[in-house]
Design a binder for this molecule. Structure first.
Ligand code: ATP
Ligand code: MG
Length: 392
């Protein structure tokens, strides 16, 4: 039986006059995601993307990939019918036979937008509902709260039938590319990949920056960050990853600044360097994975000290979330298992025993003033390695 995939979009509907622009971006993203998966036809009609013309055995793979595309709220497999009530009945009975063989309640929602079809939507629902009721002895019609809703769409360009309760949930959000670009400070931890995913979901293209402390952190720690970028790239199609050598800066801070300010001063350098990279590559904001009170460097006073060094907007989507909520999201988006691999991050290597909990800007500025801030930044920027990361 010939099947097709219907992908519905969500928030784009609210875009008024800009809607065609958002739709085009979504279509481009879908085509680019499916390019290496299967040969197929992708067409947009009435807020639904129709995908067909693929080889039968590719359907699951296509549906799985669409489930990662921002902007799509649901993905449904449907059987293609001839536009004739008798063949619609037969196709529906055959296509849904497994679902309707078990005892359950059901209803049929017919939708006729092709006015040349002889039955209107209500007549179509009654006719098909009656037929399925006769075919399957274990099912009962319940139009208010059915277990299964059978949908039948008669469009100008084709007729389709499907079990609406079998639809796969999409990512939601907005198509990548509709919301400028931001630069994610990507560590090897649990939080920052989740933060990046949340902002990308709003249509924002993502670049990533990682601070790397070779030889204090190993090649494997770097591989882990590349792997995390790869997982994020499943959603964004590509990530440009900047790896910044951070060891010299950390050693300078360790040698010349008080231990209790070490983390904060390190974090200030990360923000400054990320801002430089971001501005040069056209990003409009930085993204970090902090949440209030999670560790000493994430108290409000500490965030004040860290963020004071840049006037670029800093997006912190996890700021009000509990760790357990972040972990749930990390599991869902597929980064968790990689994030918990034990390779050390550049910050864990240089963590002070007693960090300041309630730092003040002036006192950190004073202790930091012994460093050649601009010189250290320039050296680090000279050593940046850029990697274009694509999904597997
Ligand atoms: P994460 O789980 O994302 O590492 P965290 O709870 O461990 O976060 P911190 O180590 O305080 O928090 O870092 C706060 C944020 O600073 C991170 O979420 C990340 O955005 C950024 N960051 C920390 N270390 C690095 C690094 N080595 N490279 C790039 N960004 C980093
Ligand atoms: Mg961390």
């Amino acid at each position: 039986m010939k099947e097709i995939i219907l992908a519905k979009y969500g928030e784009i509907i609210l875009k008024g006059g800009n809607r065609p622009k958002f739709e085009k971006m979504l279509m481009d993203n879908i085509k680019s995601v499916l390019k290496n998966v299967a040969k197929c036809r992708v067409e947009l009609r009435q807020a639904t993307v129709y995908i067909d013309g693929f080889e039968e055995d590719k359907i699951e793979l296509i549906a799985d990939r669409l489930a990662l595309v921002f902007g799509i709220v649901s993905i449904t497999r449907a059987a293609v019918c001839e536009k004739d009530i008798e063949s619609i009945k037969k196709t529906a009975a055959e296509y849904l036979s497994e679902d309707l063989s078990k005892p359950c309640t059901f209803k049929v929602e017919g939708k006729r937008s092709d006015k040349s079809f002889p039955l209107n939507s209500v007549q179509l629902s009654i006719e098909l509902g009656g037929y399925l009721d006769d075919c399957f002895p274990n099912i009962t019609c319940d139009v208010h709260d059915p277990d299964i809703t059978v949908r039948c769409e008669i469009r100008e360009f084709g007729a389709y039938v499907y079990n609406n309760d079998k639809k796969i949930k999409g990512q939601g959000g907005m198509p990548i590319g509709t919301g400028s670009k931001a630069t994610l400070l990507l560590s090897g931890g649990i939080d920052s990949p989740v933060a990046g995913h949340m902002i990308a979901k709003r249509g924002v293209t993502i670049d990533a920056v990682n601070f790397f402390s070779f030889p204090y952190t190993s090649e494997r720690a770097k591989e882990k960050v590349i792997e995390l970028a790869k997982i994020l790239a499943r959603y964004t199609s590509k990530i440009r990853l900047f790896i910044v050598p951070f060891t010299d800066i950390q050693l300078e801070i360790r040698d010349k600044c008080p231990e209790e300010h070490m983390t904060l001063i390190m974090r200030r350098f990360m923000m400054r360097i990320s801002e430089r990279i971001a501005r040069k590559s056209g990003s409009k904001a930085l993204i970090t994975g902090e949440s209030v009170g999670q560790v000493a460097s994430q108290t409000l006073s500490a965030l004040d000290v860290t963020n004071a060094v840049t006037d670029m907007p800093i997006l912190q989507p996890l700021i009000g979330m509990d760790k357990i909520e972040v972990i749930d999201r990390a599991v869902k988006i597929g980064t968790y298992d990689t994030s918990i691999l034990p390779y050390e991050d550049c910050c864990t290597v240089f963590t002070p025993k007693h960090p300041t909990i309630n730092p003040r800007r002036e006192s950190v500025e004073r202790t930091e003033s012994v460093l050649d801030v601009e010189g250290l930044i320039a050296d680090a920027l000279r050593g940046v390695e850029v990697i274009e990361v694509y999904p597997d």
